[in-house]
Write a protein that binds this ligand. Sequence first.
Ligand code: PFF
Length: 445
Amino acid sequence: MEREKWGTKLGFMLAAMGSAVGLGNIWRFSFVAGNNGGGAFLILYLLFVILIAVPLLLTEVSIGRKAQSDVVGSYKKLAPGTPWFLTGFFGVLSAFLILGFYSVVAGWSIYYFTNYITGNFATQPAGGYEGAFGMFISDSWQPLFWVALFMALTIFIVVSGVKKGIEAANKIFMPILAILLIFLAFYSISLEGASEGLRFLFSPDWSAFSEPSIYIAALGQAFFSLSLGMGAMLTYGSYLSKEHKLPGATMGIGLMDSFFAIISGIVIFPAVFAFGIDPSSGPPLVFITLPSIFEQLPFGGIVGLVFFFALVLAALSSSVSILEVPTAYFMRVFNWSRRFTSVLMGAIMFALGIIVSLGFGIWSGVTPIGDNGILDSMDYVASNILLPLGGLTMALFVGWYFTKQQALEATDFTGSAIGNVWYIIIKFVAPILIILIFLNALGFI
Ligand code: PFF
Protein backbone atom coordinates (compact mmCIF):
# COMPACT_ATOMS: atom_id res chain seq x y z
CA MET A 1 0.00 0.00 0.00
CA GLU A 2 1.27 3.47 -0.81
CA ARG A 3 2.43 5.60 2.10
CA GLU A 4 0.12 8.42 3.11
CA LYS A 5 0.93 12.08 2.37
CA TRP A 6 -0.23 15.53 3.39
CA GLY A 7 -2.63 17.20 0.98
CA THR A 8 -0.78 20.53 0.98
CA LYS A 9 2.28 22.12 2.54
CA LEU A 10 -0.02 24.40 4.52
CA GLY A 11 -1.72 21.28 5.85
CA PHE A 12 1.62 20.02 7.07
CA MET A 13 2.46 23.36 8.67
CA LEU A 14 -0.85 23.54 10.48
CA ALA A 15 -0.51 19.96 11.69
CA ALA A 16 3.03 20.61 12.91
CA MET A 17 1.93 23.82 14.63
CA GLY A 18 -0.99 21.90 16.08
CA SER A 19 1.44 19.36 17.46
CA ALA A 20 3.66 22.06 18.92
CA VAL A 21 0.97 24.25 20.42
CA GLY A 22 -0.74 22.35 23.19
CA LEU A 23 -1.00 21.82 26.93
CA GLY A 24 2.74 22.48 26.90
CA ASN A 25 2.26 26.12 25.96
CA ILE A 26 -0.56 26.79 28.37
CA TRP A 27 -0.62 24.37 31.27
CA ARG A 28 3.03 23.32 31.41
CA PHE A 29 4.61 26.64 30.38
CA SER A 30 2.70 28.59 33.01
CA PHE A 31 3.65 26.42 35.97
CA VAL A 32 7.24 25.76 34.90
CA ALA A 33 7.78 29.49 34.28
CA GLY A 34 6.02 30.26 37.55
CA ASN A 35 8.25 27.84 39.45
CA ASN A 36 11.45 29.08 37.82
CA GLY A 37 11.32 32.81 38.25
CA GLY A 38 9.15 33.98 35.33
CA GLY A 39 11.21 36.44 33.27
CA ALA A 40 14.56 34.71 33.77
CA PHE A 41 13.02 31.43 32.66
CA LEU A 42 11.43 33.07 29.62
CA ILE A 43 14.80 34.43 28.46
CA LEU A 44 16.53 31.06 28.77
CA TYR A 45 13.61 29.27 27.17
CA LEU A 46 13.62 31.63 24.17
CA LEU A 47 17.39 31.37 23.90
CA PHE A 48 17.20 27.57 23.80
CA VAL A 49 14.35 27.68 21.30
CA ILE A 50 16.39 29.82 18.90
CA LEU A 51 19.77 28.25 19.48
CA ILE A 52 18.87 24.60 19.89
CA ALA A 53 15.23 23.76 19.28
CA VAL A 54 14.48 25.42 15.94
CA PRO A 55 17.68 24.15 14.25
CA LEU A 56 16.88 20.70 15.64
CA LEU A 57 13.31 20.88 14.46
CA LEU A 58 14.60 21.34 10.93
CA THR A 59 16.96 18.41 11.50
CA GLU A 60 14.19 16.14 12.80
CA VAL A 61 11.71 16.93 10.01
CA SER A 62 14.42 16.49 7.39
CA ILE A 63 15.29 12.98 8.63
CA GLY A 64 11.66 11.94 8.22
CA ARG A 65 11.24 13.56 4.84
CA LYS A 66 14.43 12.02 3.48
CA ALA A 67 13.67 8.54 4.76
CA GLN A 68 9.88 8.55 4.25
CA SER A 69 9.50 6.30 7.25
CA ASP A 70 8.69 6.23 10.98
CA VAL A 71 11.04 7.08 13.83
CA VAL A 72 12.76 3.68 13.92
CA GLY A 73 12.43 2.86 10.22
CA SER A 74 14.02 6.15 9.19
CA TYR A 75 17.31 5.28 10.86
CA LYS A 76 17.19 1.76 9.43
CA LYS A 77 16.73 3.16 5.97
CA LEU A 78 19.31 5.94 6.17
CA ALA A 79 21.92 4.03 8.17
CA PRO A 80 21.40 0.37 7.27
CA GLY A 81 23.38 -2.19 9.22
CA THR A 82 24.17 0.25 12.07
CA PRO A 83 22.69 0.48 15.57
CA TRP A 84 21.35 4.01 14.94
CA PHE A 85 17.78 2.69 14.73
CA LEU A 86 17.92 1.89 18.44
CA THR A 87 17.72 5.62 19.19
CA GLY A 88 14.30 5.60 17.54
CA PHE A 89 12.96 3.48 20.39
CA PHE A 90 13.53 6.39 22.77
CA GLY A 91 10.93 8.17 20.70
CA VAL A 92 8.40 5.33 20.83
CA LEU A 93 8.92 5.04 24.59
CA SER A 94 8.55 8.80 25.11
CA ALA A 95 5.30 8.76 23.17
CA PHE A 96 3.75 6.28 25.62
CA LEU A 97 5.07 8.16 28.65
CA ILE A 98 3.94 11.56 27.40
CA LEU A 99 0.48 10.61 26.19
CA GLY A 100 0.05 8.62 29.40
CA PHE A 101 0.00 11.82 31.44
CA TYR A 102 -1.01 14.25 28.71
CA SER A 103 -4.31 12.45 28.28
CA VAL A 104 -5.03 12.80 31.99
CA VAL A 105 -4.54 16.57 32.03
CA ALA A 106 -6.50 16.81 28.77
CA GLY A 107 -9.28 14.78 30.38
CA TRP A 108 -9.42 17.28 33.26
CA SER A 109 -9.70 20.04 30.66
CA ILE A 110 -12.73 18.42 29.03
CA TYR A 111 -14.30 18.01 32.46
CA TYR A 112 -13.79 21.72 33.17
CA PHE A 113 -15.15 22.65 29.77
CA THR A 114 -18.35 20.69 30.43
CA ASN A 115 -18.67 22.31 33.84
CA TYR A 116 -18.57 25.70 32.18
CA ILE A 117 -21.20 24.61 29.68
CA THR A 118 -23.55 23.57 32.45
CA GLY A 119 -22.66 26.70 34.44
CA ASN A 120 -21.44 24.64 37.41
CA PHE A 121 -18.11 26.42 37.57
CA ALA A 122 -19.42 29.89 36.78
CA THR A 123 -19.65 30.31 40.56
CA GLN A 124 -17.53 28.73 43.32
CA PRO A 125 -18.52 25.10 43.81
CA ALA A 126 -18.94 23.87 47.39
CA GLY A 127 -15.44 23.66 48.89
CA GLY A 128 -14.06 26.24 46.46
CA TYR A 129 -12.22 25.53 43.21
CA GLU A 130 -9.29 24.02 45.05
CA GLY A 131 -11.52 21.64 46.96
CA ALA A 132 -13.53 20.75 43.88
CA PHE A 133 -10.40 20.09 41.81
CA GLY A 134 -8.80 18.03 44.56
CA MET A 135 -11.93 15.97 45.02
CA PHE A 136 -12.33 15.42 41.30
CA ILE A 137 -8.76 14.32 40.52
CA SER A 138 -8.49 12.09 43.58
CA ASP A 139 -11.60 10.14 42.64
CA SER A 140 -10.71 6.70 41.31
CA TRP A 141 -13.33 6.59 38.56
CA GLN A 142 -14.64 9.95 37.49
CA PRO A 143 -11.47 11.35 35.83
CA LEU A 144 -11.02 8.09 33.90
CA PHE A 145 -14.22 8.69 32.02
CA TRP A 146 -12.83 11.99 30.69
CA VAL A 147 -9.42 10.51 29.93
CA ALA A 148 -11.18 7.74 27.97
CA LEU A 149 -13.23 10.30 26.09
CA PHE A 150 -10.12 12.29 25.21
CA MET A 151 -8.29 9.15 24.03
CA ALA A 152 -11.31 8.13 21.97
CA LEU A 153 -11.29 11.53 20.21
CA THR A 154 -7.55 11.26 19.59
CA ILE A 155 -7.89 7.74 18.22
CA PHE A 156 -10.81 8.78 16.02
CA ILE A 157 -8.69 11.46 14.33
CA VAL A 158 -5.66 9.19 13.91
CA VAL A 159 -7.80 6.31 12.55
CA SER A 160 -9.14 8.69 9.90
CA GLY A 161 -5.66 8.98 8.43
CA VAL A 162 -2.98 11.58 7.79
CA LYS A 163 -4.88 13.73 5.31
CA LYS A 164 -8.52 13.06 6.19
CA GLY A 165 -7.95 12.93 9.94
CA ILE A 166 -4.90 14.78 11.21
CA GLU A 167 -4.64 17.42 8.48
CA ALA A 168 -8.38 18.05 8.28
CA ALA A 169 -8.75 18.40 12.06
CA ASN A 170 -5.83 20.81 12.34
CA LYS A 171 -7.16 22.98 9.52
CA ILE A 172 -10.23 23.56 11.65
CA PHE A 173 -8.65 23.60 15.12
CA MET A 174 -5.69 25.92 14.58
CA PRO A 175 -7.45 29.05 13.30
CA ILE A 176 -10.08 28.74 16.04
CA LEU A 177 -7.40 28.27 18.68
CA ALA A 178 -5.44 31.31 17.49
CA ILE A 179 -8.50 33.55 17.60
CA LEU A 180 -9.56 32.32 21.04
CA LEU A 181 -6.14 32.79 22.63
CA ILE A 182 -5.59 36.26 21.19
CA PHE A 183 -9.04 37.28 22.42
CA LEU A 184 -8.19 35.98 25.89
CA ALA A 185 -4.83 37.81 25.92
CA PHE A 186 -6.46 41.16 25.17
CA TYR A 187 -9.02 40.49 27.84
CA SER A 188 -6.35 39.63 30.39
CA ILE A 189 -4.22 42.70 29.66
CA SER A 190 -7.22 44.92 30.19
CA LEU A 191 -7.56 43.71 33.81
CA GLU A 192 -6.62 46.05 36.60
CA GLY A 193 -3.27 45.03 38.10
CA ALA A 194 -2.18 43.31 34.88
CA SER A 195 1.11 45.22 34.76
CA GLU A 196 2.55 43.30 37.71
CA GLY A 197 1.99 40.01 35.90
CA LEU A 198 3.56 41.38 32.74
CA ARG A 199 6.53 42.51 34.80
CA PHE A 200 6.87 39.02 36.30
CA LEU A 201 6.91 37.54 32.82
CA PHE A 202 9.04 40.10 31.02
CA SER A 203 11.47 41.61 33.49
CA PRO A 204 13.87 38.96 34.72
CA ASP A 205 15.10 38.50 38.24
CA TRP A 206 18.78 37.88 37.42
CA SER A 207 19.45 35.91 40.58
CA ALA A 208 17.27 33.10 39.21
CA PHE A 209 20.07 32.23 36.76
CA SER A 210 22.18 30.88 39.59
CA GLU A 211 19.68 28.05 40.14
CA PRO A 212 21.03 25.01 38.23
CA SER A 213 17.54 23.55 37.81
CA ILE A 214 16.37 26.47 35.69
CA TYR A 215 18.60 25.39 32.76
CA ILE A 216 17.29 21.85 32.45
CA ALA A 217 13.76 23.13 33.04
CA ALA A 218 14.07 25.62 30.19
CA LEU A 219 15.64 23.01 27.91
CA GLY A 220 12.94 20.45 28.71
CA GLN A 221 10.25 23.04 28.10
CA ALA A 222 11.77 24.03 24.74
CA PHE A 223 11.77 20.38 23.63
CA PHE A 224 8.34 19.57 25.01
CA SER A 225 6.77 22.68 23.58
CA LEU A 226 8.16 22.16 20.09
CA SER A 227 7.29 18.42 20.14
CA LEU A 228 10.95 17.81 19.59
CA GLY A 229 13.14 14.78 20.07
CA MET A 230 10.63 11.93 20.07
CA GLY A 231 9.87 11.59 16.40
CA ALA A 232 6.48 13.28 16.18
CA MET A 233 7.95 15.91 13.87
CA LEU A 234 10.03 13.25 12.13
CA THR A 235 6.90 11.20 11.44
CA TYR A 236 5.01 14.29 10.24
CA GLY A 237 8.00 15.13 8.03
CA SER A 238 7.83 11.66 6.51
CA TYR A 239 4.44 12.49 4.98
CA LEU A 240 6.01 15.43 3.09
CA SER A 241 7.27 15.25 -0.47
CA LYS A 242 10.67 16.43 -1.52
CA GLU A 243 9.36 19.48 -3.35
CA HIS A 244 8.25 21.18 -0.13
CA LYS A 245 11.07 23.35 1.20
CA LEU A 246 11.85 22.95 4.88
CA PRO A 247 13.83 25.85 6.43
CA GLY A 248 11.11 28.49 6.14
CA ALA A 249 8.42 26.07 7.32
CA THR A 250 10.30 25.02 10.45
CA MET A 251 11.17 28.63 11.33
CA GLY A 252 7.47 29.43 11.03
CA ILE A 253 6.52 26.55 13.33
CA GLY A 254 9.10 27.64 15.92
CA LEU A 255 8.00 31.26 15.82
CA MET A 256 4.34 30.35 16.08
CA ASP A 257 4.94 28.06 19.04
CA SER A 258 6.90 30.67 20.99
CA PHE A 259 4.30 33.26 20.11
CA PHE A 260 1.60 31.04 21.62
CA ALA A 261 3.67 30.38 24.73
CA ILE A 262 4.08 34.12 25.28
CA ILE A 263 0.42 34.77 24.51
CA SER A 264 -0.66 32.23 27.08
CA GLY A 265 1.79 33.75 29.55
CA ILE A 266 0.05 37.05 28.87
CA VAL A 267 -3.32 35.39 29.41
CA ILE A 268 -2.33 33.77 32.68
CA PHE A 269 0.16 35.89 34.66
CA PRO A 270 -1.61 39.26 34.64
CA ALA A 271 -4.70 37.47 35.89
CA VAL A 272 -2.68 35.57 38.51
CA PHE A 273 -1.20 38.78 39.87
CA ALA A 274 -4.36 40.81 39.55
CA PHE A 275 -5.87 38.38 42.07
CA GLY A 276 -2.83 38.07 44.31
CA ILE A 277 -2.15 34.39 43.64
CA ASP A 278 1.27 32.73 44.02
CA PRO A 279 2.63 32.15 40.49
CA SER A 280 4.55 29.07 41.63
CA SER A 281 1.55 27.03 42.68
CA GLY A 282 2.57 24.23 40.30
CA PRO A 283 0.61 22.02 37.91
CA PRO A 284 -2.81 22.97 39.33
CA LEU A 285 -2.24 26.64 38.38
CA VAL A 286 -4.50 26.45 35.37
CA PHE A 287 -7.18 24.37 37.09
CA ILE A 288 -7.49 26.17 40.40
CA THR A 289 -6.32 29.73 39.98
CA LEU A 290 -7.85 30.47 36.63
CA PRO A 291 -11.40 29.41 37.56
CA SER A 292 -11.21 31.52 40.73
CA ILE A 293 -10.14 34.41 38.58
CA PHE A 294 -12.79 33.82 35.92
CA GLU A 295 -15.45 33.78 38.60
CA GLN A 296 -14.70 37.36 39.59
CA LEU A 297 -14.66 38.70 36.08
CA PRO A 298 -17.49 40.15 34.07
CA PHE A 299 -18.67 37.38 31.71
CA GLY A 300 -16.27 35.04 33.54
CA GLY A 301 -18.43 32.00 32.84
CA ILE A 302 -18.06 32.59 29.12
CA VAL A 303 -14.35 33.38 29.39
CA GLY A 304 -13.86 30.10 31.27
CA LEU A 305 -15.79 28.20 28.65
CA VAL A 306 -13.71 29.74 25.85
CA PHE A 307 -10.47 29.09 27.72
CA PHE A 308 -11.10 25.42 28.42
CA PHE A 309 -12.46 24.84 24.92
CA ALA A 310 -9.20 26.28 23.55
CA LEU A 311 -7.23 24.08 25.92
CA VAL A 312 -9.03 20.93 24.72
CA LEU A 313 -8.49 21.80 21.05
CA ALA A 314 -4.82 22.55 21.68
CA ALA A 315 -4.41 19.25 23.54
CA LEU A 316 -6.14 17.24 20.83
CA SER A 317 -4.06 18.63 17.98
CA SER A 318 -0.95 17.63 19.95
CA SER A 319 -2.12 14.24 21.18
CA VAL A 320 -2.78 13.04 17.63
CA SER A 321 0.89 13.68 16.79
CA ILE A 322 1.98 11.69 19.83
CA LEU A 323 -0.27 8.73 19.00
CA GLU A 324 0.89 8.83 15.38
CA VAL A 325 4.49 7.99 16.41
CA PRO A 326 3.91 4.41 17.64
CA THR A 327 1.02 3.96 15.21
CA ALA A 328 3.27 4.63 12.20
CA TYR A 329 5.96 2.37 13.65
CA PHE A 330 3.79 -0.65 14.50
CA MET A 331 1.74 -0.36 11.31
CA ARG A 332 4.87 -0.77 9.25
CA VAL A 333 6.56 -3.46 11.32
CA PHE A 334 3.59 -5.78 11.72
CA ASN A 335 1.68 -4.76 8.64
CA TRP A 336 -1.36 -4.01 10.79
CA SER A 337 -4.16 -1.72 9.66
CA ARG A 338 -4.18 1.92 10.78
CA ARG A 339 -7.45 1.31 12.61
CA PHE A 340 -6.24 -1.67 14.59
CA THR A 341 -2.85 -0.14 15.39
CA SER A 342 -4.11 3.20 16.62
CA VAL A 343 -6.83 1.61 18.75
CA LEU A 344 -4.30 -0.77 20.31
CA MET A 345 -1.72 1.97 20.96
CA GLY A 346 -4.39 4.28 22.30
CA ALA A 347 -5.61 1.54 24.64
CA ILE A 348 -2.12 1.01 26.03
CA MET A 349 -1.73 4.75 26.59
CA PHE A 350 -5.09 4.83 28.32
CA ALA A 351 -3.90 2.06 30.63
CA LEU A 352 -0.92 4.26 31.53
CA GLY A 353 -3.34 7.14 31.99
CA ILE A 354 -5.19 5.07 34.61
CA ILE A 355 -1.97 4.73 36.61
CA VAL A 356 -1.29 8.47 36.32
CA SER A 357 -4.82 9.34 37.34
CA LEU A 358 -4.75 7.03 40.36
CA GLY A 359 -1.52 8.81 41.32
CA PHE A 360 -3.74 11.68 42.44
CA GLY A 361 -5.94 9.42 44.53
CA ILE A 362 -5.25 6.05 46.08
CA TRP A 363 -1.64 6.07 44.83
CA SER A 364 -0.84 9.62 45.84
CA GLY A 365 1.89 8.33 48.14
CA VAL A 366 3.79 6.79 45.21
CA THR A 367 6.78 9.00 44.39
CA PRO A 368 9.02 7.32 41.79
CA ILE A 369 11.54 10.19 41.53
CA GLY A 370 12.49 12.31 44.54
CA ASP A 371 9.30 13.64 46.02
CA ASN A 372 7.60 13.80 42.62
CA GLY A 373 4.32 11.96 42.16
CA ILE A 374 3.59 9.68 39.20
CA LEU A 375 2.66 12.43 36.71
CA ASP A 376 5.57 14.68 37.61
CA SER A 377 8.02 11.78 37.49
CA MET A 378 6.85 10.65 34.04
CA ASP A 379 6.96 14.24 32.83
CA TYR A 380 10.46 14.72 34.22
CA VAL A 381 11.87 11.58 32.62
CA ALA A 382 10.19 12.19 29.26
CA SER A 383 10.61 15.96 28.91
CA ASN A 384 13.90 16.66 30.64
CA ILE A 385 15.76 13.46 29.80
CA LEU A 386 14.32 11.43 26.90
CA LEU A 387 13.38 14.32 24.59
CA PRO A 388 16.73 16.14 24.86
CA LEU A 389 18.48 12.77 24.46
CA GLY A 390 16.41 12.08 21.35
CA GLY A 391 17.28 15.54 20.02
CA LEU A 392 20.95 15.02 20.80
CA THR A 393 21.06 11.77 18.84
CA MET A 394 19.28 13.41 15.87
CA ALA A 395 21.83 16.23 15.86
CA LEU A 396 24.71 13.75 16.04
CA PHE A 397 23.15 11.63 13.29
CA VAL A 398 22.78 14.48 10.80
CA GLY A 399 25.90 16.34 11.96
CA TRP A 400 28.30 13.41 12.11
CA TYR A 401 26.87 10.37 10.32
CA PHE A 402 25.83 12.36 7.24
CA THR A 403 28.43 14.15 5.18
CA LYS A 404 28.07 17.93 5.19
CA GLN A 405 26.76 17.78 1.66
CA GLN A 406 24.13 15.19 2.58
CA ALA A 407 23.08 17.21 5.61
CA LEU A 408 22.67 20.42 3.61
CA GLU A 409 20.83 18.59 0.89
CA ALA A 410 18.43 16.92 3.32
CA THR A 411 17.44 20.33 4.71
CA ASP A 412 17.25 22.20 1.36
CA PHE A 413 20.22 24.28 2.46
CA THR A 414 22.63 23.47 -0.40
CA GLY A 415 24.54 26.64 -1.29
CA SER A 416 22.96 28.74 1.46
CA ALA A 417 24.92 30.85 3.93
CA ILE A 418 22.38 30.29 6.70
CA GLY A 419 22.81 26.60 5.98
CA ASN A 420 26.39 26.84 7.17
CA VAL A 421 25.29 28.43 10.44
CA TRP A 422 22.67 25.74 10.91
CA TYR A 423 25.26 23.06 10.24
CA ILE A 424 27.66 24.42 12.86
CA ILE A 425 24.80 24.59 15.34
CA ILE A 426 23.67 21.00 14.94
CA LYS A 427 27.17 19.59 14.62
CA PHE A 428 28.72 21.42 17.57
CA VAL A 429 26.70 24.05 19.40
CA ALA A 430 23.49 22.15 20.13
CA PRO A 431 25.11 18.85 21.18
CA ILE A 432 27.62 20.63 23.44
CA LEU A 433 24.94 22.77 25.03
CA ILE A 434 22.66 19.79 25.65
CA ILE A 435 25.50 17.82 27.22
CA LEU A 436 26.52 20.80 29.39
CA ILE A 437 22.96 21.25 30.60
CA PHE A 438 22.76 17.54 31.46
CA LEU A 439 26.03 17.70 33.37
CA ASN A 440 24.83 20.80 35.15
CA ALA A 441 21.57 19.11 36.17
CA LEU A 442 23.51 16.12 37.46
CA GLY A 443 25.60 18.43 39.61
CA PHE A 444 28.89 18.03 37.74
CA ILE A 445 29.13 21.70 36.76
N1 PFF B 1 4.22 20.09 22.04
C1 PFF B 1 3.09 19.61 22.78
C2 PFF B 1 2.65 20.70 23.74
O1 PFF B 1 3.32 21.72 23.88
O2 PFF B 1 1.63 20.51 24.38
C3 PFF B 1 3.35 18.33 23.51
C4 PFF B 1 4.10 17.32 22.71
C5 PFF B 1 3.59 16.84 21.49
C6 PFF B 1 5.33 16.86 23.14
C7 PFF B 1 4.30 15.93 20.74
C8 PFF B 1 6.05 15.95 22.41
C9 PFF B 1 5.53 15.50 21.21
F1 PFF B 1 6.23 14.67 20.48
